[in-house]
Design a protein around this ligand. Structure first.
Ligand SMILES: Nc1nc2c(ncn2[C@@H]2O[C@H](COP(=O)(O)OP(=O)(O)OP(=O)(O)O)[C@@H](O)[C@H]2O)c(=O)[nH]1
Ligand SMILES: [Mg+2]
Length: 319
């Protein structure tokens, strides 16, 4: 479900890249933007307040509109098992709806997976209203716990010579990998099974959690784990001893030795996790590539907020 302009565009990209079995929805206060988005279902919110012209960054007004449409929104989402909620924070619509719906879904059998795009630091330094919208949303999401995938636009600077729409598209392709990995992990029975119920149980113990993925040649377990935990567009800081749910997806050539090496590497990098749940899916055919999907929990509160601190000279370390 895409919330607001950026979230809806991202959902459209995900659909284009392919998510079999998924249903795509978009919610916006901006009718023109909503019409352009190619998804299964569109919901125009707050017609009375905004007359279909967008919220103009008014997070509080969007929250009031959401309260009025609470029943309809929850009814539309309650039938799903896993609900990815996407929004760019900074504007009014996405930053209001994302924590609102994440909280509302808690009362249903659906598992909400909030995915947020943090604006470029440049935007935040120039616009204090945008900063307040981001901080308000992030505070609420951190307080809710569960999953939180935060993609910081600042990390997209590695593509800074590309046109901006291509940069967002590259980020959405990366996001597509994350979303499909999670769906794959819980959606298919496997040898050492990780299903939606075990993910929910894990999240109850793990606190605020992010999702990471890696994909490497089967002979490179150390690189695989490094890629998942260190080389990510996601914004998070790993705490000491986090809980982790780790899943390996590979071919018939995946050996017990490789599994053990991956687990040893995960343990080391996470400084002996407090709790480690492990699953694998072995495909019938030989595969050169193995994929690691991990839900890493115990993220320190305010982790995301740290990414939002105004740019400035580096702090002088205390003596
Ligand atoms: N258009 C677009 N904006 C993005 C994208 N990724 C991040 N953003 C940022 O997303 C933030 C929110 O913008 P919008 O999605 O337009 O805001 P909105 O939720 O529709 O809220 P209002 O328009 O204020 O009602 C901005 O800070 C953008 O910089 C993207 O892929 N596309
Ligand atoms: Mg908008």
């Amino acid at each position: 479900m895409g919330l607001g302009g950026a979230g809806s565009e991202a959902v459209e990209d995900l659909v284009t890249l392919g998510l079999p079995g998924a249903r795509a929805l978009a919610v916006n206060t901006d009718a023109m933007q909503l019409r352009r988005i190619g998804v299964d279902d569109r919901i125009l919110l707050g017609q009375r307040e905004f007359a279909g012209r967008g919220s103009g960054g008014d997070r509080a007004a969007v929250l009031r509109a959401a309260e009025e449409s609470r029943e309809e929104l929850v009814r539309r989402l309650g039938e799903f098992e896993l609900v990815f909620l996407l929004a760019g924070l900074g504007g009014g619509t996405g930053s209001a709806l994302l924590p609102f719906l994440s909280r509302e879904l808690r009362g249903t059998s659906a598992l909400p997976v909030p995915i947020v795009f943090l604006p470029f630091r440049l935007e935040l330094d120039a616009n204090s209203a945008a900063r307040e919208n981001v901080e308000g949303a992030v505070d609420e999401l951190e307080e809710l716990g569960g999953m939180l995938l935060a993609l910081a636009n600042e990390k997209l600077r590695r593509f800074e010579s590309l046109p901006i729409h291509r940069v967002f598209r590259a980020r959405n392709a990366y996001l597509h990998g994350l979303v499909s990995s999670l769906v794959d992990m819980v959606g298919h029975p496997s040898q050492l099974n990780v299903d939606l119920a075990s993910l929910k149980t894990h999240l109850r113990h793990a606190g605020l959690s992010t999702l990471v993925i890696g994909e490497q040649h089967v002979s490179e377990p150390a690189r695989l784990v490094h890629q998942a935990l260190a080389d990510s567009l996601l914004d998070f800081r790993l705490p000491e001893h986090p809980s982790a749910l780790v899943h390996l997806d590979g071919g018939s050539n995946l050996t017990l030795q490789t599994l053990e090496e991956v687990l040893r590497e995960v343990r080391e990098r996470l400084h002996e996790p407090e709790r480690l749940v492990f699953g694998t899916r072995i495909r019938p055919e030989v595969r050169e590539v193995v994929r690691l999907t991990a839900v890493v929990g115990g993220l320190r509160p305010r982790t995301v907020r740290e990414a939002l601190r105004p740019a400035g000279p580096p702090a002088v370390p205390a003596r």
